[in-house]
Design a protein around this ligand. Sequence first.
Ligand code: NAP
Length: 342
Amino acid sequence: MRTIVYTEPGSPDVLHLVDRDIPTPGPGEVRVRVVVSAVNPTDWKSRQNGTVEFPEVTPNQDGAGVVDALGDGVSTLEVGDRVWTYLSARNRPTGTAQEYTVLPAERVVKLPAGTSFDVGATMGVPAMTAHRALTVLEGGPDRLHAGALDGRVVLVAGGAGAVGHAAIQLARWAGATVITTISSDEKAELARRAGAHHVVNYRTEDTAAVVKAIAPDGVDIVVEVSIVQNADLDADVVGQRAVVSMYADDGGATAELAVRPNMSKNTRYQFVLLYTIGETAMRAAVEDVTEALIAGALPVGEAAGLPLVRFPLAETAAAHQAVQDSVTGKVLIDIGDTTSAG
Ligand SMILES: NC(=O)c1ccc[n+]([C@@H]2O[C@H](COP(=O)([O-])OP(=O)(O)OC[C@H]3O[C@@H](n4cnc5c(N)ncnc54)[C@H](OP(=O)(O)O)[C@@H]3O)[C@@H](O)[C@H]2O)c1
């Protein structure tokens, strides 16, 4: 089979297309014939800055495809099931940038009927991270479903980003009023298509004034991509006992928080890292995302606010570079036949 591997950290040039035997699933594992692999920032950051703990590593946490073989003891999936995968390369060398990957069964989730592989490949990192960010409000729901966030106001920083897009969609499906910040007219249009009720250009508008006019009692949940840049804004616009869910590390910078304004509102600051949210939150995200998929609430593509930027498997290095360069939209790698289930 064709697979992308790297044996040492570094620039996209360390990624090589090679031929390897099709792997055999062990007990509790399944083999997935990958149709679409997706690239997230974590994939290039791991490739560039991580340590390579296996003889060779195939990158990319997220993907979608078809179950092709089952290891002993797997009863939750069947050969031929259309699936999406998450944390495929977490503590394993088995990312999705290859024709077949072998994963623990719990990291392989059935796609609801009618849900495309493109949507499936976009669920892992972005949607599960957004789910966590939206379910840590004191007194708020720890599970999402239609109506779970009725009456709540959610501010999504960076609504044209991959996580921002998923956060808008999940919050909207769950009934929240959704405000988002963007930096251009093009991104504003994408965020509206994702379902944001209100879009604010943080470069050209007085963001705090606009948000406070929309939500005079304050925002309940901030899904925050840049706490370093937005700490003062967040402290200003949140309501009593709100939560600021911070999922990005600002390139390793240090954030400063104004103590008094936050203290007077009992603001909660919640760090979010998908890798370590724990099994309970992980299962909750998988189940709720599946419900949202069944409801048709998580479409992707330009018309849904998340343009798809596609590469063939042989150009995985270029796909990584595109994400590294902050391309707008979701970078996908086409690997297998999308029409056949076998
Ligand atoms: N903790 C976790 O588990 C986790 C999970 C997923 C992603 N992440 C991290 O989160 C970051 C985003 O990931 P992604 O896949 O969503 O990336 P992405 O698709 O590139 O989106 C990032 C978005 O943030 C916007 N942005 C940047 N600075 C902003 C600011 N000050 N205010 C508002 N928006 C701002 C960008 O647009 P403009 O620059 O045009 O505003 C862009 O739309 C990455 O650093 C990634 O590593 C962490």
